[in-house]
Design a protein around this ligand. Structure first.
Ligand SMILES: [Zn+2]
Length: 230
């Protein structure tokens, strides 16, 4: 089965590796990997696409190469570069849905803000310690700033604190499921969304209903009114 549309995976590390593998298994038609980093020895234990001979090579290119070899029916492409304020909107507009597989809180806010600006849905994901979470940021639903006002509030970073590899792997797979589900037409309407949360200590997952905040500085109603006036 193939699911039409292009999925942009921003980050080809701990989240992006399992997410891209699951996307290919689930029948995504086009997967693009975006990352500026090169493979380092410390990545090898939990970033499944890379081996010792890949050290020093760009992750986005190696990841796309491995996907192409195993899933020739999937169209794969790579963007070697940093996704930042200057290019995030354009990269999102060129895809049907994006997966935030970055590992820093700042990057996660940047991706969420770009999704709100462009209206292109984004699957947010993050892990901290034993806990991982993912949800779909889409027009009309809650964005990352509805839950966390700024990167300083923390709780979103994968790379800046200790994490459990299996939790990150599970979050990446869940992100792929949410992206493919959205492309296949599964979606909620209205101002609430289901946040999927995994507790790696006892391997239990639960869904929590989260709501859009009217006073959100990114997607809130007051911000929308300001945009209409401009
Ligand atoms: Zn918001």
């Amino acid at each position: 089965m193939s699911v039409g549309g292009k999925v942009l995976v921003v980050g080809a590390g701990g989240l992006g590796c399992p997410a891209s593998l699951a996307l290919a298994h689930l029948g995504a038609a086009h997967i693009e990997l975006a990352d500026s980093d090169v493979v380092e020895a410390s990545n090898l234990p939990r970033q499944l696409w890379y081996g010792p001979s890949d050290i020093g090579r760009h992750k986005a290119e190696v990841c796309a190469e491995r996907l192409r070899a195993i899933f020739p029916e999937v169209f794969t492409s790579s963007f070697v570069g940093r996704v930042d304020e200057s290019n995030a909107d354009q990269l999102l507009r060129e895809c049907d849905i994006a997966i935030d597989a970055t590992d820093g809180a700042e990057a996660k806010f940047l991706m969420s803000d770009a999704s709100v600006r462009t209206g292109v849905p984004l699957v947010h994901g993050g892990a901290l310690g034993f806990v991982g979470q993912a949800w779909l940021v889409r027009p009309g639903g809650p964005c990352v700033r509805c839950l966390f006002e700024s990167p300083q509030e923390g709780g979103l970073s994968c790379g800046q604190s200790g994490i459990l590899g299996s939790v990150v792997g599970s979050v990446g797979i869940q992100q792929a499921l949410l992206a493919v589900g959205h492309l296949a037409g599964e979606r909620r309407e209205g101002p609430s969304e289901l946040l999927w949360q995994l507790d790696g200590r006892n391997l239990t997952a639960r869904q929590v209903e989260i709501h859009r905040r009217a006073d959100c500085s990114s997607c809130g109603a007051s911000r929308e009114r300001a945009r209409c006036v401009q």
